[in-house]
Design a protein around this ligand. Structure first.
Ligand code: SAM
Ligand code: SF4
Length: 408
């Protein structure tokens, strides 16, 4: 479908046109294109904020824009794409058994070579394209993103992309004290640090035999001094492993402004020997915490937010729960994922993705790449968490992609 630029007669008054030009890009009603579209402004040759007379624009009937280029695509369940998670590094300096069990990710395991990983320029180019399709939030993750040299350069480039409202980073925190200040200076506002227990022995078990608890705590302090805010702590809770130390995390960070979020142990990938009986349902944790520190439910931060939030009745801040196993949130999921080597996945539990790297390196134009991404999103039907039980029983090969590779 193609649309002729111009303003429908009923909307043809200068106030409407001025509002459109200064607004963010969005598809106008009645199939016409909003004048706020930077693409259209470029085509028509007007600057953002310019007061235009709609009649002048109507006098340029030669400007024809395919609607497919400007609409934010909706997948088969009418979900838009708003959030892009980028795995910048498949390697990690930990071996958390629930993510990269040590016996399977040993010294001889073959990770990507540096030429196989997307360069920063390639990541920025793809991010710009995702933004044109509706993405507003970018999260850098991995593997361990702070193992990627000069990561703050990438942060700087991504925060400068017009239309990006939020750039976030998830790290295990071991290297954070070295990088917090430069990340903040590059434009990062907030950070998520994974920390499963404050008990050194439990911590070592949960990280695959690595120490580093003191480094992670030091990293959190550096993040705070650098002004990263909010700082969120992600804690994966597994029954019989670290559930007895969950309340210590709450106690430690309550009243400090740092937000602890408990994540249900998920069956990501194929190598973590997931069993439903090791999952600690969030409801159980909410009840245990509320018994000691009364809680009050809060609204989700935004539509598509994965965390269920509560605040402490005594005013000591908030705590969150990510319950992908017991309370799946597929219906609102607007996340796409980009692996370290340039494959797009439309679900954390996907079995296959679509590579953009060869096209990118083979000279594809932005329009060609946009069309590929758009088609991938239009075909998206993933609802793994809602259909977990059924899909786990289904015959055939359902080997999922690993989380460190597509980004947690
Ligand atoms: C894959 S990690 C990547 C970033 C970084 N290495 C870190 O640990 O924060 C991102 C998040 O995924 C979580 N995660 C990994 N495997 C998980 C699993 N099986 N279930 C639930 N969360 C998991 C981690 O705890 C972490 O918070
Ligand atoms: S959860 Fe993060 S720190 Fe742990 S092994 Fe996976 S990527 Fe590494």
């Amino acid at each position: 479908m193609r649309a002729r630029t111009g303003v429908p007669a009923g909307l043809a008054n200068p106030r409407t046109a001025t509002a459109c030009v200064t607004a963010r890009p969005y598809p106008c009603t009645l199939g016409y294109i909003a004048l706020g579209s930077p693409y259209l402004r470029r085509r028509i040759g007007i600057r953002r904020g310019t007061v235009v007379n709609p009649v002048q624009i109507m006098a340029k009937p030669e400007v024809v824009v395919p609607l497919s280029k400007l609409h934010s695509p909706r997948d088969t369940l009418a979900r838009p794409v708003r959030d892009l998670r980028i795995s910048v590094m498949d390697r990690c300096n930990f071996r958390c058994p629930y993510c990269m069990p040590r016996e399977k990710y040993h010294e001889r395991y073959k990770f990507l070579g540096s030429h196989e990983r997307l360069s920063f320029d390639e990541i920025v180019r793809l991010s710009r394209l995702f933004v044109r399709l509706g993405v507003r939030k970018l999260r850098l993750t991995g593997g361990e993103p702070l193992l990627r040299t000069n990561l703050s350069d990438l942060v700087g480039d991504l925060t400068a992309i017009p239309g990006v409202e939020d750039v976030a980073l998830t790290t295990n925190g071991v290297l954070l004290s070295r990088h917090a200040a430069e990340l903040k200076a590059a434009g990062l506002k907030r950070i998520t640090v994974s920390l499963d227990s404050l008990d050194p022995e439990v911590f070592a078990r949960m990280s695959g035999g690595f120490g580093g608890l003191a480094d992670v705590l030091d990293g959190i302090e550096h993040a705070r001094s650098a002004g990263l805010d909010p700082i969120k702590i992600n804690a994966v809770i597994q029954r019989g492993l670290n559930d007895h130390t969950a309340l210590d995390l709450v106690e430690r960070f309550r009243g400090t402004g740092v937000i602890v979020r408990f994540i249900e142990y998920m069956d990501v990938g194929n190598r973590n020997d997931w069993r439903p009986d090791i999952v600690v349902p969030s409801k159980e944790l909410v009840a245990r915490i509320a018994e000691r520190w009364p809680l009050r439910p809060l609204e989700r931060e935004y539509r598509g937010d994965v965390a269920e939030r509560y605040d402490f009745v005594d005013g000591a801040g908030e705590v969150g729960f990510i319950s992908s196993v017991t309370q799946p949130f597929c219906g609102d999921c607007s996340r796409a994922r980009l692996s370290s080597d340039g494959v797009i996945y439309t679900c954390l539990f996907a079995t296959k993705g679509t590579s953009l790297r060869d096209a990118l390196r083979g000279g594809a134009t932005d329009d060609e790449l946009l069309e590929t991404i758009r088609n991938v999103w239009l075909a998206r039907a993933d609802r793994y968490s809602e259909k977990r039980a059924e899909l786990r029983q289904a015959p055939g090969d359902h080997r999922k992609v690993e989380m460190f590779y597509i980004g947690g």
